[in-house]
Write a protein that binds this ligand. Structure first.
Ligand code: XMP
Length: 505
């Protein structure tokens, strides 16, 4: 395995993902990991990520000294490069900011830059540069702005590169990472999802007691359920809660998927009236969110009391959540004990089972494919936990629920038809209390206004409204006003995030 020390670059996760793509396990750890912890991980090589700091500042993050004495192959990227330059006796100084694509000329293609040609476009994002390289190092690549854009130590085990090989804008970036990981470190290409499934199933099969797993129909909880089921069969009990706030007919589709395709022990609880009853008269977005969350816990607890005892609660936590929440610094075990169980009462005394905590989303998708989860499920857009409660502005009423469900289905169907569904991040129709006059036949009608929202995004942190073809918008609008009696007007939302958000509530 390869260990990546995280110095805070927005690309740190990407380094791990790129390496895993060629079947080598890579793990992201905080830069201040202790020497002992790092030793336990037994890495074949270490990568220092980029980061926003300057090595010459007194508060610059530096790894523990002993890490350099492990004599493991080292690759520094961006800030990591400067760290190596500084550590081994070179000099780093403030330079003109270089941001974007630069032409990297290869000066020595013997090892790290082997097989990538004479020059490539490389992605730069830095304000400091190596003014003087350390003694015993040589320059193996340069750009116009950075004389020492790539350096290597004499014994060919320590490398520094100013550019980011992990981003797609760097041509042959993966080749460069491969050269380091496979040739310099000699890491094994034994990280496959088939192998992961086998070892996860083996580990889970050793646990005792029953497992409770809430399934939403989303890919993460479905894969969690299938993995655990493979290991312990009917000692796993899956619960699906219909809160009345799902997409049109979604509850039936999810039940059918589980009953027809998978042999897991599956209970569907229809709690729609209970949820909608609690939401009656409530207009405040945060209150609605809280009510849905609380009600979910009630339903879940009641199930656990009646069908228990359970020893474990399964959750679909993924690797980025583990790293970001800071729960685990370092190695991510498949099974982890935990006391504060996701909002469920303490007296249920459940331990947490998180079989996906080592994985990235694209790896979960690969597993879903191997486990024959229907394709339709993993191409589905993300859907918020509180469901239509956040897509209906103001009180959730039966009329507004029907409008949101049917209009959203029309938006989704038309995008699918136009082959655009996979290309956008999320797409739906929202509805509030605003109404506008329309004419239907000769009759004047005061109906609801529906808002179509379609956005492009990479991580939901920012989003841009999708420039859909006018003809497609027209078709959506016509279908919505024709097929839903209560709707007279359709609008398209053209606010990006920020300042807007993706969901209206
Ligand atoms: P916003 O509206 O904040 O949404 O731009 C960002 C992303 O998060 C989803 N979202 C939620 N997901 N519970 C969830 O599980 C929530 O309360 C919630 N609110 C928003 C939203 O669909 C989008 O993908």
């Amino acid at each position: 395995k390869i260990v990546v020390l995280d110095f805070g670059s927005q690309y740190s996760h990407l380094i791990c993902r790129r390496i895993r793509e060629f079947s080598v396990y890579a793990e992201l750890v905080p830069y201040d990991i202790s020497f002992e912890e790092l030793q336990k991980l037994n890495p074949k090589g270490i990568i220092f990520s980029g980061g926003p700091s300057s090595v010459y500042n007194s508060d610059a993050p530096v790894p523990e000294n002993k890490i350099f004495e492990m004599n493991l192959p080292l690759l520094g990227i961006c800030y990591g490069h400067q760290l190596i330059v500084n550590k081994y006796g070179g000099k780093v100084k403030r330079a003109n900011k270089e941001y974007g694509s630069s032409l990297l000329t290869i000066d020595n293609d013997k090892d790290l830059l082997n097989g990538i040609g004479e020059s490539v476009r490389a992605w730069m994002s830095h304000g400091d540069e190596a003014e003087q390289i350390p003694p015993g190092f040589q320059v193996i690549g340069h750009t116009e702005g950075a004389k020492a854009a790539a350096i290597a130590s004499e014994n060919k085990s320590i490398y520094g590169i100013q550019f980011h090989p992990e981003v797609v804008h760097t041509e042959q970036g993966t080749e460069i990472l491969k050269n380091f990981v496979l040739k310099v470190c000699g890491a094994n290409q034994d990280w496959t999802m088939e192998g992961f499934i086998d070892s996860a199933v083996e580990k889970i099969s050793k646990i005792e007691g029953n497992v409770l797993c809430g399934v939403s129909g989303g890919i993460d909880s479905t894969v969690v359920a299938l993995l655990i089921h493979k290991a312990i069969g009917d000692r796993l009990k899956c619960v699906f809660v219909n809160n009345g706030l799902l997409r049109l007919n979604e509850e039936k589709e999810i039940e059918a998927m589980f009953k027809d395709n998978f042999k897991v022990n599956f209970t569907s609880i229809d709690a729609a009236d209970q949820f909608l009853g609690k939401l009656k008269g409530v207009e405040d977005p945060e209150k609605k969110r809280m009510i849905v969350g609380e009600e979910f816990i009630h339903v879940f607890t009641e199930f656990a009391e009646k069908n228990g005892p359970f020893k474990w609660l399964a959750q679909g936590t993924l690797y980025p959540d583990v790293i970001e929440s800071g729960v685990s610094k370092g190695p991510a075990a498949v099974i982890k004990s935990h006391h504060n169980v996701g909002g469920l009462p303490d007296w249920l005394n459940l331990e947490i089972l998180e079989p996906l905590r080592e994985l990235y989303k694209d790896e979960v998708r690969k597993i879903a494919k191997i486990l024959q989860v229907p394709e339709k499920l993993f191409m589905r857009h993300p859907f918020p936990g509180p469901g239509l409660a956040v897509r209906i502005i103001g009180e959730v009423t039966p009329t507004k629920l029907t409008i949101a469900k049917v209009a959203s289905r029309i938006v989704e169907d038309e995008l699918l038809e136009a082959n655009l569904y996979d290309k956008v991040w999320q797409a739906y129709a929202a509805v509030g209390d605003d109404r506008a006059v329309g004419v239907v036949g000769d009759e004047r009608r005061y109906g609801n206004i529906v808002m179509i929202r379609v956005v492009d995004s990479i991580d939901a942190m920012t989003a841009d409204w999708t420039r859909l073809p006018h003809g497609l918008l027209e078709k959506m609008s016509n279908r919505i006003t024709n097929e839903i009696e209560d709707v007279t007007w359709v609008t398209y939302t053209i606010s990006s995030k920020p300042p807007a958000t993706i969901e209206p509530q």
